[in-house]
Design a protein around this ligand. Structure first.
Ligand code: SF4
Length: 67
C-alpha cells in the first residue's frame, strides 16, 4: 500500500510493507503504530483515514489506532 513508508524494514514484524498490508487486511494487526518509520510523520494518520473510508475484503471498514 503506497501510504506506507515503503522502507521494507520489517520492524512491524511482517515481511516488508506488502506483508504489513496483508496483515492489516487479514486482521492480524492491532495497531498501525507497529510501523515505526510511519510513526515519525503523518503517514499513519492518512493510512488510518484511508482504511476507515475504504472497506476491507469482508466489506467492513478497518479502524486501527496509530499508537
Ligand atoms: S515497519 Fe513500516 S516501513 Fe517497515 S516493513 Fe513494516 S510497514 Fe514497511
Amino acid at each position: 500500500m503506497e501510504l506506507l513508508p515503503q522502507v521494507n524494514c520489517g520492524a512491524c514484524g511482517f515481511p516488508g510493507c506488502a506483508g504489513f498490508t496483508n496483515g492489516i487486511l487479514e486482521g492480524k494487526v492491532n495497531t498501525l503504530g507497529l510501523c515505526k518509520p510511519g510513526s515519525r510523520g503523518e503517514g499513519l494518520v492518512d493510512l488510518r483515514e484511508y482504511l476507515k473510508n475504504n472497506p476491507g475484503p469482508d466489506g467492513v471498514a478497518i479502524d486501527l489506532p496509530v499508537k
